[in-house]
Design a protein around this ligand. Structure first.
Ligand SMILES: *[C@@H]1O[C@H](CO)[C@@H](O)[C@H](O)[C@H]1NC(C)=O
Ligand SMILES: *[C@@H]1O[C@H](CO)[C@@H](O)[C@H](O)[C@H]1NC(C)=O
Length: 187
């Protein structure tokens, strides 16, 4: 009888301690002290729309801008798998790729702007297999601009930061561009 009572007692305590299995959908929040690292990256993104093997392809657009002369009319959505290279030359060493989407987001063509939703991944060196994510407005016509880094994978897990972007080459006729990226990541 005493054993039974002890068992029932233990069961009640158990029920009280173990978070009710289907009670709440969250745990108690706690502070997680952690040391953060800062890494700076420097590379060139080659965004090629022209030729037989473009790295950026238009996947959607608005019929409102049909017949528009701009290679990137407002509302156009591009899917990209752009090589990341150490230099601006087409034959310089490839160290990764940027995959994702960008949207031509400004109705004012003199202020050509895109909104990027792009994952920058690396295939060489210390950060092979890791990537960081950019979700940001990018006012392309501004000489010196900044985009927001909102996350990362692998070694860049929980990353945040920013990238300073400069146009190294741009052809307004076909839209081809080479962009210099100087990235600061905190993670
Ligand atoms: C664009 O598509 C919409 C919906 O199909 C249609 O109502 C509109 O007339 C089209 N506009 C042009 C300029 O073709
Ligand atoms: C820009 O692209 C057009 C069309 O592909 C080409 O004819 C022209 O030579 C290019 N300009 C430069 C500076 O590369």
């Amino acid at each position: 009888m005493a054993r039974m009572a002890a068992f029932v007692c233990a069961l009640i305590i158990c029920i009280a301690i173990v978070p009710a299995a289907y009670g709440e959908y969250y745990t108690k929040s706690r502070h997680v002290p952690r040391k953060e690292k800062v890494t700076r990256l420097h590379f060139f993104l080659h965004d090629i729309l022209s030729g037989k093997n473009p790295s950026a392809v238009k996947v959607a657009g608005s019929n409102r801008t049909e017949g528009d002369k701009s290679p990137t009319p407002f509302g156009s959505v591009y899917a990209i798998d752009d090589p990341l290279k150490v230099g601006p030359e087409p034959d310089s060493k490839t160290i990764g790729n940027a995959q994702g989407l960008y949207l031509s987001s400004s109705q004012d063509y003199s202020k050509f702007t895109i909104v990027m939703c792009v994952d920058f991944g690396f295939t060489k060196g210390k950060f092979k297999g890791s990537s960081f994510s950019v979700f940001s407005r990018n006012p392309v016509t501004e000489a010196d601009r900044e985009v927001a880094v909102v996350g990362g994978r692998g070694k860049f897990r929980m990353a945040r930061g920013f990238a300073k972007v400069k146009t190294s080459y741009f052809n307004a006729t076909n839209g081809d561009a080479v962009l210099e990226y100087k990235v600061t990541l905190i993670y």
